[in-house]
Design a protein around this ligand. Structure first.
Ligand SMILES: *Cc1c(COP(=O)(O)O)cnc(C)c1O
Length: 428
């Protein structure tokens, strides 16, 4: 395939945008080569600036669960745009999407809309700190909660008790309030709580991890977190920015029947426009300004275009009761096909999958946390990535990303993908 115009556009972008991209995950740093510039997309396909068609397994990193340029969302946005795009005043639309979200997700009474998943997680933690009057939080190595300071902390070898900043610009003062734990390791969490009695405001977790590849929780892990939180006056925050409205109508709370205290949303809830949200029971949400003392605000929060797109998306998911089952079946079919061809070609791999999230790790051992995810063979991944690209299949340019399955994918697309993986894995 030819990427001539993409390469030219990237060279121009690099002159005026750091690294040529507005979010680092779009760069091809881990795989080599230059990013592909998209011209348009429809359904399961991307069309790039060189005229190539690519089957898309990223789907804007999650939001396009029903495919690109999904008609009800596009129509809703066009209609609203004609009536003004932002007022900084309340609209009926905000109440409509809030009421629908509250009706779909268990254990939440009120929801507030923001402009990104980052904002949602950042605000959820501030709310938890204000509500509990405690400072510290526990997060898990390999879980991503957006790019705000408290979350840019990663486990260095010795840094289990006190986090060390992994991005310059995050102060030591901020880092010391973020405690790091290993995903799927309850004993580790228990030890952190015991060493910081009455100091921990919240445990924030991706209830199904998706930012170190897909890593589902071990049996009992989320139940254990719930119990530890309840026993110690800690709020349990489910970061469902990736999993919300994707793994089930009500997200992971519904899927595993576990109650979180605060839930964060993003991605699907905005239907492809910039939207995040956080939600909780009334007692907690009423702690927010203007009712309560915890301040949080946004000039464009709840703007009509974003809310129209989000509402159209949630309505489509709400009215299609077979959607999550259908997505699961497609993903299972793809997973089984990949498993078969990689085995036949003697590749060392592990496939993790739940609902419409799936990832292929190039290591034979089980992938259960950040440490095991990091063992994947990146050289193999590079060949895999570029081989698939040549076939017209686009996966994320990083071995640590989940693939997002969209309802727009046909079984022909899936079969083509499996055949392509067979072909590419013969070249490893
Ligand atoms: C994508 C993501 C975020 C950040 O959302 P943005 O909209 O990119 O700020 C937070 N948490 C999780 C789990 C995510 O996958």
């Amino acid at each position: 395939m030819l990427y001539k115009r993409s390469s030219q556009l990237f060279a121009e972008a690099e002159k005026v945008i750091p690294g040529g991209v507005n979010s680092p995950v779009r760069a091809f740093k881990a795989v080599g080569g230059t990013p592909i510039f998209v011209k348009s997309a429809k359904g399961a396909y991307l069309y790039d600036e060189d005229g190539n068609r690519l089957i898309d397994y990223i789907n804007s990193w999650g939001p396009m669960i029903l495919g690109h340029a999904f008609e009800p969302v596009v129509q809703a946005v066009i209609e609203k745009a004609k009536l003004g795009t932002s007022f900084g005043m309340p609209t009926e639309l905000e109440t409509q999407i809030a009421a629908l979200a509250v009706s779909m997700v268990p254990n939440i009474d009120k929801i507030r809309f923001v402009n990104s998943g980052t904002e949602a997680c950042m605000s959820a933690v501030r709310l938890a700190r204000g509500f509990t009057k405690r400072d510290k939080i526990i997060k898990f190595a390999g879980c991503y909660h957006g790019h705000s300071d408290s979350f840019l902390i990663q486990a260095g070898s010795g840094a289990i008790t006190f986090g060390s900043p992994n991005s310059p610009g995050v102060t030591a003062g901020t880092a010391k309030d973020t405690l790091l734990a290993r995903y799927n390791d309850l004993e580790n969490v228990k030890a952190l709580i015991e060493a910081n009695i009455n100091e921990i405001a919240a445990i924030i977790v991706e209830p199904v991890a998706g930012n170190m590849g897909c890593i589902p929780p071990n049996k009992g892990f989320l139940e254990g977190l719930r119990q530890l939180c309840t026993d110690n006056g800690i709020l349990l925050i489910f970061d469902e920015v990736m999993t919300g409205f994707r793994l089930a109508r009500g997200g992971v709370q519904e899927l595993f029947n576990i109650t979180a205290d605060i839930v964060c949303f993003g991605k699907v809830i905005g239907g492809g426009l910039p939207v995040g949200a956080f939600a909780a029971r009334e007692e907690i949400m009423n702690y927010l300004a203007p009712l309560g003392p915890v301040y949080q605000a946004g000039t464009l929060s709840g703007n009509p275009l974003a809310m129209a797109a989000g509402l159209a998306m949630l309505q489509s998911l709400d009215s299609d009761r077979a959607i999550f089952q259908r997505l699961e079946e497609k993903t299972a079919y793809l997973g089984a096909g990949i498993d078969k061809v990689l085995k036949a070609n003697n590749v060392a791999f592990t496939i993790n999958r739940i609902g419409s999230m799936i990832s292929v790790h190039f290591d034979a051992a089980p992938v259960v946390d950040f440490q095991t995810a990091a063992k994947g063979d990146n050289e193999t991944f590079k060949k895999f990535f570029h081989g698939l690209l040549e076939e017209g299949i686009y996966i994320a340019p990083s071995a640590y990303e989940t693939w997002f399955i969209t309802d727009a994918l046909t079984y022909d697309d899936l079969d083509f993908t499996i055949r392509s993986i067979d072909k590419v894995s013969k070249t490893f």
